[in-house]
Design a protein around this ligand. Structure first.
Ligand SMILES: [Zn+2]
Length: 439
């Protein structure tokens, strides 16, 4: 792994400039020089002959962009993209729990969180005796935490180059590969610079040009947590991201490459009710390791006792033994989920315990997510997509986000492994009906 500043690309573009007028015009002195971003470059070789012929997918995540925000706030660019291709007017169903890392990684692996390994943003693994935390650089770059074959690894393994401008998992080597181009997560990187980088990647010479590209924005999640989903600040964030998506779409159109643009979110947002619900107020957790509301009992005796104490303790949550969590949640077999498992029944903020005396205790955020998307429609996510492989003017009923994986693989002409998702769910949105191309 090495850092390759954008300047190096510019040099390479210059070297290749004689092969295409597009590169020449890019180097015109009238253009401001692009800011050098610390792109991580792993040499996975050039695109194969088959990959060079494949189309392109740009997969964008707008964190916490609730399913109804676009229509509610008249996000004209997103609605236009949906009209030009497909969208889910009633939203897309996140996997449980409806939080960021589990769902981003479900989208790119086609696996429910308990199968893909990321059961929460932060959790404990007993076998490793270690903790995964979404903000711990050592954990996020360690491939041993992740299961499945993320789309970038699938692409790389089949001779196709990929690039990630942020995505959970993209900083680790998983299933044998890292993306050819990636970025360490740094949310301070300018929004427009992210788009410029994506477009720069698409201007690379054919051999080096990534066909699968991810891009990420977090403004709607940040505003939703701080001010609540209905606050003016959150609506402003919706408009800001919508304008960025308009710029991205225009930039992609200008490349004249066959790019399918897919814009999703990981989950929605709901206004929280009441103060913190401290699980330790209802059960003796002194022998437990806890991470947020995840409870890891050391002995079976401890687990049974805590379960009995929690099961009828409050109307704000239900407690299950791990194996008894309702099957529809796909959250009942991975020890990383803890035991017992506590599931909130409404928009309540659950945690293990209040901070010890002397430590600052902030009230719960104004908005939150993580709840059961089937019981709480506010958890539903967004889905918009348009491009040469996608039928225009279609809508789709709410579908589980694990079904995106085989669909995205199909757009790229990749053979996906078996996952929790099925191509049948979204095949009707494809111009080729999801059929194999004629050989
Ligand atoms: Zn969030």
């Amino acid at each position: 792994m090495r850092f390759q500043p954008l300047r190096r690309y510019a040099l390479r573009l210059f070297l290749f400039a004689s092969f295409g007028a597009a590169f020449v015009s890019r180097l015109s002195p009238a253009q401001a020089p692009a800011p050098p971003l610390p792109v991580i470059h792993v040499d996975n070789g050039p695109n194969s002959a088959a990959a060079k012929k494949a189309h392109y997918v740009v997969l964008v995540s707008l964190d916490g962009f609730r399913w109804d925000y676009a229509k509610r706030d008249n996000a004209t660019h997103l609605l236009a993209i949906g009209k030009q291709g497909v969208w889910a007017p009633e939203g897309m169903l996140p996997s449980y729990p409806s939080i960021t890392f589990p769902n981003h990684y479900a989208i790119v692996t086609g696996l429910y969180p308990e199968h893909n390994g990321l059961v929460a943003n932060n959790f404990y693994d007993e076998a490793k005796d270690a903790r995964y935390a979404s903000r711990d650089p050592r954990a996020v770059t360690d491939g041993s935490w992740y299961s499945g074959v993320p789309l970038w690894s699938l692409a790389e393994s089949q001779g196709m180059r990929s690039a990630c401008f942020f995505w959970p998992g993209s900083e680790a080597k998983i299933a044998g590969f890292q993306p050819t181009y990636s970025m360490h997560f740094d949310n301070k990187i300018d929004d427009e610079a992210r788009i410029a980088q994506v477009l720069d990647w698409l201007r690379l010479p054919e051999a080096d040009r990534p066909h699968f590209i991810t891009l990420y924005y977090s403004e709607t999640d940040g505003a939703g947590h701080e001010y609540g989903p209905d606050a003016p600040q959150t609506r402003q964030a919706v408009h800001k991201l919508d304008a960025l998506m308009g710029k991205l779409k225009a930039g992609l159109d200008a490349t004249a490459l066959p790019v399918d643009l897919v814009i999703v979110s990981d989950h929605g947002m709901v206004k929280t009710q009441g103060g913190w619900v401290n699980l330790g107020d209802f059960a003796d957790l002194s022998h437990f390791r806890t991470v947020g509301s995840l409870l890891y009992g050391k002995t079976e005796e401890d687990r049974v006792r805590a379960y009995n104490q929690l099961k009828k303790a409050s109307e704000k949550f239900v407690a299950y033994r791990l194996k008894d969590v309702p099957a529809g949640l796909h959250y009942n077999l991975n020890p990383r989920e803890g035991d017992p498992v506590v599931i909130p029944t409404g928009p309540y903020a659950l945690r293990d315990a209040a901070p010890v005396a002397g430590e600052k205790d902030l009230p719960p955020p104004a908005g939150e997510h993580g709840y059961d998307p089937r019981k709480m429609p506010e958890m539903k996510a967004s889905f918009f997509a348009a491009g040469p492989d996608i039928i225009a003017g279609k809508t789709v009923a709410p579908f589980e986000n694990v079904n995106l994986y085989p669909w995205l693989a199909h757009l790229l002409g990749l053979n996906p492994p078996k996952t929790d998702g099925s191509l049948n769910v979204l095949a009707g949105t494809l111009r080729d009906g999801g059929n194999e191309p004629e050989k």
